[in-house]
Structure formats: structure tokens, C-alpha cells
Ligand binder design. Structure first.
Ligand SMILES: Cc1cc2nc3c(=O)[nH]c(=O)nc-3n(C[C@H](O)[C@H](O)[C@H](O)COP(=O)(O)OP(=O)(O)OC[C@H]3O[C@@H](n4cnc5c(N)ncnc54)[C@H](O)[C@@H]3O)c2cc1C
Length: 418
């Protein structure tokens, strides 16, 4: 096989591994490069949700209204450490613009179309890789207190307009039929019966990586310092001075992707929304479904026999140390929402969500070179959208027509703003 048929994938997170599998299925010789190994980044510790119902962007008139109150609480659902506030200003400007009604409608439409594609692609990936035993289908329950009722109704009405199926649960008694034991403060729920979860996102990514290896794929431990490309090949320049060349290169380095795009002369406004979780040992509480607390910015879910409480958005960049008090504060709230959750013995984790201001990923050819394909910026939805992104990337590399219009996901869509 010649150099032109080889593909390099940078990043062995869920997006990179899924892309590698899809390219391999189309007959390409694929090498994945990762400095830390399989699913060492955000893909290891996320909440494991295939959140196909989550089509609404984070940037919305609602969040702009709520942000000042949230920002006043240093351990609340949204925070910006003062040391990072100035650096993130350009991203915040774009985020604010993305929250205008016309933009919200456009990004919701695009996200809904991507989700439809991704749900079908996940089924194909599971059938192809035999990973079905790592999935559970127990639905999801979003919960609202009286003060958040109107916002909850409006959100789910928007989802319903894009064919998201949910059952409305009015009152604590109706909610208790789906999930017993919750505090009575929640008086409105929306249950999405079709929702699925990975039983453990790390185990899921590792399974896919093993299938890729078993089929002859290579995963190498290597730090990529920069990229270059000419008419024929793309090159990854490694920290040890070596170089790897291929006909195409897929950039799937999660929250670090913009640093490599920069070496090609591209500016990708990628920031990290740092998220936290605490994974609790098995206890008395029986969690029957994936619980979401939208007004509090966190979820509660089963990971194997444990319970993970995770969420929060901290716009704190890639360098500041984690502030695990944030995860502890979430756990405190979670224990008052679902009494009986263990308060000690939890493992704490922080991960870097790779986020673009409009909550849509970057899927498409690099403006700097058609030999480089972007597959990054999936924010809160990287696990959800990995299989679908992988098929789109394979279409671009192999010259097929992508299954959906990729214009809303163009990596250079922010080039003209502000
Ligand atoms: C608290 C939390 C909860 C979440 N819950 C969910 C959820 O329920 N559902 C969902 O869909 N999403 C969820 N997400 C988001 C999801 O985890 C991410 O969108 C997803 O993991 C991103 O995958 P990725 O492959 O793009 O990046 P990553 O998993 O971060 O992988 C990127 C890889 O690139 C490698 N890399 C980076 N730079 C270089 C370099 N220079 N050279 C070599 N290798 C490099 C890294 O080592 C890493 O392994 C959550 C995130 C957080 C933080």
C-alpha cells in the first residue's frame, strides 16, 4: 500500500479511535498517534451518555441571562477563573454571538441533523465491532424544580420540534415511578426512553481500540509537535524529531487540536470547558436511569456498579490545576437530591471538553490543506457523535459524498467574526 493510501490519526480518544475504525473499514492503512495512550483524555471519564436528545447549544439567550448569577458562585455550574478571564475573551465574544436567536436556531437545526446521522452510525459501529454488550438502554430523566419549570418546558418543546421523543412527568409521584428516592423538590420531569449509555466510556473506547488493532491497525505512543502538508502528503512532526507521513491526516486531538492546527497557520477558536466528576463506590442507592439536573449543570449515572456524579463548566484553559472542590460541591448537591448516595470513597476526575463557541464540532477539510481533516471540538458530545463523525471523516478522506451537509461544521466558520 502506498503513502497516498495511508492515514494518520492524531489522538486516540473516542473520536480518533472511531475515525480510525471507519477508515480501516474502507481499506485504508491507519496509524493512530497519541502521546498518552488510548482514551487518556476526556474520553476516559465522561458520563457515558449517548445524548442524541441534546440538540440545544450551550450558547442561548437563557444561559446569557443566567450566567451572571452562576458566575457569582465560584463552585456553581459555570465558572471562569479570574486568571483565565482575559485569555478567553475572544471565545466569549463568539459564544455571545452564537447565543443570538438566529444563530441558536441554525445551530439547533445542524445539531439535530448530525444527531440523527450519529444515532444510526452508532448502531452500525456496534454491529460492526460487537460492542453491544457495553451499552445499556435505560433512558434518561431530566428534572426541574418549580423555579425552572418554564425553562424546562421551553427546552423540551424545542427538542420536540426536532422530533426528540420525551414523556412529560408532572409531579413528584409521576417522577418516582421512573426513579424512586428523589427529593420532593423536583416537580417536573422529561423522560427520554430511547436514551442509551456506555456501561463505562473507558471500557467502550478500549474495546473499539482493540478491534482496530485486531484488524491490523497501529496505535503508537508519540507526541506530535506540529503538522505540515504539501500537495501529496501530510506530515506529523514528532517530539523526538521523527516525522510520519501519509496521504491524509485526521486531527482528533481533543482540546489540544487548535495547537496543532496553528502549526498549519489555521486559527481554530477551540477552548476547553473543563468538567469534573466524582465516581462513588457501589452503595444502597438504586439508580434506574441516567439523571440530568439541567438547572444545576450535572448528571448522575451508573458506570459499571458505581455511580458517577459529573458535570460543571469551568472555562479555565489547559494549564491551571484542577479545582476538585467543584466536584465535591456537585456531590454535596447530588446527595441532597438523591439521599442515600455515599459521601465518601469517591474517585475525583477532571477532563477537558474540546469546545467551539456554537456547540457544534469541526468536521471538514482544513483551510490550510485538503490533506488534513478536522474531527474535533465535540464539547459535551464527543462520545455521542464519535461514530457519526468517523463516517463523515471517512467520506472526506475516501472521496465519498458525506451523508449530511457539512457547511455548519466547517472548521473555518469563525474566520470572519468578530
Ligand atoms: C465531566 C464530563 C462529562 C462528559 N459527559 C459526556 C457524555 O455523557 N456524553 C458525551 O457524548 N460526551 C461527554 N463528555 C464530552 C466527551 O468526553 C468529549 O467530547 C470527548 O471525550 C472528546 O473526545 P476526543 O477524542 O475528541 O478527545 P480526547 O478524549 O480528549 O482525546 C484526545 C487525545 O489526543 C491526544 N493528544 C492531544 N494532543 C496531542 C499531541 N500533541 N500529540 C499526541 N497526542 C495528543 C490526547 O492524549 C488524547 O488521548 C463529557 C466530558 C466531561 C469533561
Amino acid at each position: 500500500m502506498g503513502e497516498a493510501d495511508r492515514v494518520l490519526v492524531i489522538g486516540a480518544g473516542i473520536v480518533g479511535i472511531s475515525a480510525a475504525l471507519a477508515l480501516q473499514a474502507r481499506g485504508r492503512a491507519v496509524t493512530v498517534l497519541d502521546r498518552a495512550g488510548v482514551a487518556a483524555g476526556a474520553s476516559a471519564g465522561n458520563a457515558g451518555a449517548f445524548a442524541f436528545a441534546d440538540i440545544l447549544p450551550l450558547a442561548s439567550p437563557g444561559i446569557i441571562a443566567r450566567a451572571p448569577r452562576w458566575l457569582l458562585d465560584p463552585l456553581g455550574p459555570l465558572s471562569i477563573p479570574p486568571r483565565h478571564a482575559l485569555a478567553i475573551l475572544p471565545w466569549l465574544m463568539r459564544f455571545w454571538r452564537a447565543s443570538w436567536r438566529d444563530r441558536v436556531e441554525a445551530s439547533t437545526r445542524a445539531q439535530a441533523a448530525l444527531m440523527t446521522h450519529c444515532a444510526a452510525a452508532l448502531d452500525r459501529q456496534l454491529a460492526d465491532t460487537g460492542a453491544g454488550h457495553l451499552i445499556r438502554a435505560e433512558g434518561q430523566l431530566a428534572l426541574y424544580e418549580p423555579a425552572a419549570r418554564a425553562a424546562g418546558e421551553a427546552d423540551w418543546a424545542m427538542r420536540a420540534a426536532h422530533s426528540v421523543v420525551a414523556e412529560r412527568l408532572d409531579g413528584a409521584a409521576a417522577i418516582a415511578e421512573v426513579q424512586p428516592g428523589l427529593a420532593q423538590r423536583f416537580t417536573l420531569g422529561f423522560f427520554t426512553p430511547g436514551w442509551r449509555n456506555a456501561t463505562d466510556p473507558l471500557a467502550f473506547a478500549e474495546w473499539l481500540a482493540q478491534v482496530f488493532r485486531d484488524r491490523g491497525g497501529r496505535i503508537e505512543r508519540a507526541e506530535v509537535r506540529g503538522l505540515s502538508a504539501d500537495a501529496e502528503v501530510a506530515t506529523a512532526h514528532l517530539a523526538d524529531g521523527a516525522a510520519r507521513r501519509a496521504g491524509h491526516l485526521v486531527l482528533a486531538a481533543g482540546a489540544f487540536s487548535h495547537l496543532l492546527a496553528k502549526s498549519l497557520g489555521e486559527r481554530l477558536p477551540l477552548e476547553t470547558e473543563r468538567g469534573y466528576n466524582v465516581t462513588l463506590p457501589p452503595g444502597e442507592v438504586e439508580l434506574r436511569t441516567h439523571l440530568t439536573f439541567p438547572s444545576h449543570g450535572f448528571v448522575m449515572t451508573r458506570i459499571g456498579s458505581r455511580i458517577r456524579v459529573g458535570g460543571a463548566v469551568e472555562l479555565g484553559g489547559l494549564k491551571l490545576p484542577p479545582n476538585h472542590a467543584r466536584g465535591d460541591a456537585m456531590l454535596g448537591k447530588a446527595r441532597s437530591f438523591l439521599p442515600g448516595l455515599p459521601g465518601t470513597g469517591g474517585a475525583r476526575w477532571m477532563g477537558f471538553r474540546p469546545s467551539l463557541p456554537d456547540s457544534l464540532p469541526a468536521i471538514g477539510r482544513s483551510a490550510a490543506s485538503p490533506r488534513v481533516i478536522h474531527a474535533c471540538g465535540h464539547g459535551h458530545l464527543g462520545l455521542t457523535q464519535a461514530a457519526g463523525t468517523a463516517e463523515l471523516v471517512a467520506d472526506l478522506v475516501c472521496g465519498g459524498t458525506p451523508a449530511l451537509d457539512l457547511a455548519p461544521f466547517r472548521p473555518d466558520r469563525f474566520a470572519r467574526f468578530p
